[in-house]
Design a binder for this molecule. Structure first.
Ligand code: NAD
Length: 513
């Protein structure tokens, strides 16, 4: 155990769970959430802090320590030392135990973490029982099992080359120090989908969360520090309002791998910066996924589920389907179905267990989404529903679920990631045209296919260049399912065995036979 220096520093705390089941947090305006560096929970050098707002109420949720370049330098040094001078990377059984400890500790704080996730992210309560919280925490147990079952060495048998007969084998070894840089939209899921596999593989980690969502990461850091046996330096969490502090992870030669999730624009900067030290870069980036509806599909279900997907967490998900591609002859009917669904998903209070569409994370994100809605009109599109701010919410960064029609796939709102509850409906002229439209995108992260003829559905599934696909409502998310993108949606895979193996190097060894 470590981290006793944390006593005067805390993340905002859960005050109570009222009778209506809606959790709230009390803002902690005096105690900034600390950094975790080399086993110590501590303030930023110089004492800088920054404010965090509740996107549903615009009230201050708390403050975070604002790390400096010196703090990041210290975190990288600690991770390097922990990797190079301890047996963390080779003691598989100890790591499995620590992962289960971390899972159990986080689970014992579920209600505190749920309240904080809802307050800081604006994440609807219903998603905290899945990928916004409880899912990724439970997945740490899956990773512990994987560490124990994994074949760390493989015998390749004997061979003879140039007269030398040898026994050959391979070993899988941790890649080293991981710099993990994450976005704000699913912070628990993405933070843990990097910390978990990296620690499981035997790496040490410096996590740099998004400036919009430092508190939930700091809470995980505090729990890891106070309630697990993770050795000092193995996990470091460095919150900063300054993107440049995170960018140090891309350039510092002591970092072996940068695991980045965020926008494609930033991902390109990370990759370019990492080239100087030729470190491995693993990128999970943006998406503009198509939901392809064939003419033999159940149109109502397909449109309803696509609209639901587009409104989920106010559209702030990289893998959500944001292009509805429907048969031209059924366009008018499809628009009516999608409009009906969007009306049912009006933005609501994220603490309400019935809410699907909460607020956008910030005023800046709302402005971005609204600018795309204005652009759709400028491009000649029709706003079929939504398009404004909901009258029911005076406060909070809410935008109405918005359906856009009248544009083809070349429109900017059909090509660019909006990251709000905005769905563009596009007509197609048959299966191959639908495939063409789905693939006419710089992205290739996810998608959906709806149809009844198995051969036609299979043709679409095998033709769309994307990392995940749901067929007729199938759900692909899970600890054992690799997730990632084709094209400009990324490089590598997160989660599943493949996600774990991103954090491993391979060493081939030969000894005389
Ligand atoms: P962003 O790219 O603005 O920021 C992501 C992270 O990068 C933040 O922590 C930020 O501080 C940091 N950062 C910014 N500039 C940097 C630089 N030059 N060097 C290093 N780090 C830097 O993204 P965002 O707005 O936080 O998140 C939304 C984006 O994330 C969307 O594009 C979304 O599609 C993407 N995303 C992708 C996935 C996926 O798995 N493919 C998952 C969630 C979100």
């Amino acid at each position: 155990m470590f981290g006793l220096a944390s006593r005067q520093l805390s993340t905002p705390t859960l005050t109570h769970i009222p009778a209506d089941g809606r959790p709230t947090v009390s803002p902690s305006t005096t105690d900034p959430a600390p950094l975790l560096i080399d086993g110590e929970l501590r303030p930023a050098t110089g004492g800088g802090t920054f404010e965090v707002l509740n996107p549903a109420t615009e009230e201050v949720v708390g403050h975070s320590a604002d790390a400096t370049a010196a703090d990041m330098d210290a975190a990288i040094a600690a991770a390097r030392r922990a990797f190079d001078t301890t047996d963390w990377s080779t003691d598989h059984a100890f790591r499995a135990r620590c992962l289960r400890q971390l899972r159990d500790a986080l689970q014992s704080h579920t209600e505190e973490l749920r309240a904080l996730t809802i307050a800081e992210v604006g994440a609807p309560h219903m998603f905290t029982t899945g990928p916004q919280l409880e899912g990724p925490v439970a997945d740490l147990g899956w990773l512990a099992d994987l560490v124990e079952a994994y074949r760390w060495t493989e015998d390749l048998g004997e061979s003879e080359i140039m007269g030398v007969r040898s026994f050959r084998s391979t070993r899988r070894e941790a890649i080293g120090v991981v710099g993990a840089i994450t976005p704000w939209n699913f912070p628990n899921q993405i933070n843990l989908a990097k910390i978990g596999p990296a620690l499981a593989a035997g790496c040490t980690v410096v996590l740099k969360p998004a400036p919009d969502t430092p508190l939930i990461a700091a809470a995980v850091a505090r729990i890891a520090a106070e309630e697990t046996d993770l050795p000092a330096g193995v996990l470091n969490v460095v919150n900063s309002a300054d993107h440049a502090v995170g960018a140090q992870l891309s350039t510092d030669p002591r970092v072996d791998l940068v695991s980045f999730t965020g926008s494609t624009t930033t991902g390109k900067k990370v990759m370019a910066a990492a080239a100087e030290t030729l470190k491995k870069v693993f990128l999970e980036l943006g998406g503009k996924s198509a939901s392809v509806v064939l003419d033999d599909a159940d149109l109502g279900s397909a449109c309803f589920m696509t609209a639901l997907n587009a409104c989920t967490h106010a559209g702030q998900g990289c893998a959500l389907t944001t292009r509805l591609v429907v048969p031209r002859a059924q366009l008018a009917e499809a628009i009516e179905h999608a409009k009906g669904a969007m009306a049912a998903f009006a933005p609501g209070d994220p603490t309400d267990p019935g809410t699907l569409c909460g607020p956008l994370v910030s005023a800046a994100q709302r402005e971005r989404v609204e600018s795309y809605i204005r652009l759709a009109v400028e491009e000649g599109g029709t706003i079929e529903c939504g398009g404004g701010r909901p009258a029911a919410h005076e406060k909070g960064f809410f935008v109405e679920p918005t359906l856009i029609s009248g544009l083809d796939n070349s429109a900017r709102v059909a090509q660019e990631e909006i990251f709000g509850p905005v769905l563009v409906v596009i007509p197609h002229d048959g299966d191959d045209d639908a495939i063409r439209i789905a693939n006419d995108s710089p992205y290739g992260l996810s998608g959906a296919v709806w149809g009844t003829d198995p051969e036609r559905v299979e043709h679409v599934v095998s033709s769309i260049r994307t990392g995940t696909l749901g067929v007729n409502g199938g759900q692909w998310y899970g600890a054992d399912v690799p997730f990632g993108g084709y094209k400009q949606s990324g490089i590598g895979r997160e989660m599943g065995r493949e996600g774990f193996e991103e954090y491993l190097e391979i060493k081939a060894v030969a000894t005389p036979a």
